[in-house]
Design a protein around this ligand. Structure first.
Ligand code: ATP
Length: 200
């Protein structure tokens, strides 16, 4: 099977995530794209997640409901401490030897890729599929501290996905200041946030 993995904190999951997952599902003819919910993101520069992992996982499940071909991968949330993409990809490939993995990353994450644990190995274990995000251009590929071939294949694998100007940070701020978040998250995710008094 051709499986897409979209790694992130999903704190909370929003329409930008879903639009990207659906675009890559179609563009790369994948069987499924799973939101890979992080336990504690090693890529977040020490930012603590505003919602505990069980809430982020529950919201991710609500966010993909009704979207055929989208799912949730919870293998990182069962591990303690930081989870690194290279370890996750190794474990998934070992458990499902027949699968091909496609790892989706937003443009902001591309710039950070050289700082990941074993970035070159990550790029061997999965086909990395970058997507653009408002505020970023193809310049993210310039000067990346990765081999020439790795950078070339990242460029070639870019998928044109809808660029929605939304982020989890903005949504958390909106909840905290009493603004509406209806335009940015699924109704079930909004209800969950309200019911559990997240981000207030
Ligand atoms: P935060 O604001 O808390 O950093 P976020 O909105 O960036 O959150 P994450 O869960 O950190 O969401 O991101 C998961 C993945 O989704 C990352 O690869 C990120 O680049 C990508 N992503 C998030 N929002 C968008 C968007 N609007 N368009 C394209 N990619 C996005």
């Amino acid at each position: 099977m051709r499986i897409g993995l979209f790694g992130g904190a999903f704190d909370p999951p929003h329409i930008g995530h879903i639009a990207v997952a659906e675009a890559v599902l179609r563009a790369r003819s994948l069987d499924r794209v799973d939101l890979l919910v992080s336990a504690q993101s090693p890529h977040a520069n020490g930012k603590t997640n505003a919602a505990p992992v069980q809430h982020r996982l529950a919201m991710a499940r609500l966010a993909v409901e009704g979207h055929a071909g989208l799912g949730v991968e919870d293998c990182e949330t069962e591990r303690h401490g930081k989870s690194y993409t290279v370890d996750t990809l190794r474990a998934l490939r070992q458990a499902h030897a027949g699968n091909d993995y496609f790892f989706i990353i937003g443009a902001d994450m591309v710039a950070d890729l050289p700082n990941w644990k074993e970035p070159d190995h990550c790029l061997q274990l999965a086909t990395f599929v970058p997507v653009m995000r408002p505020g970023f251009t193809m310049q993210v590929f310039e000067g990346l501290r990765l081999g020439h071939q790795a950078v070339q294949s990242l460029r070639l694998n870019l998928v044109q996905a809808p660029q929605l100007d939304v982020s989890s940070t903005r949504i958390r701020q909106a909840v905290a200041s009493g603004e509406s978040i209806r335009a940015w998250v699924a109704p079930a995710v909004e209800s969950y946030i309200r019911a559990h008094r997240l981000y207030v």
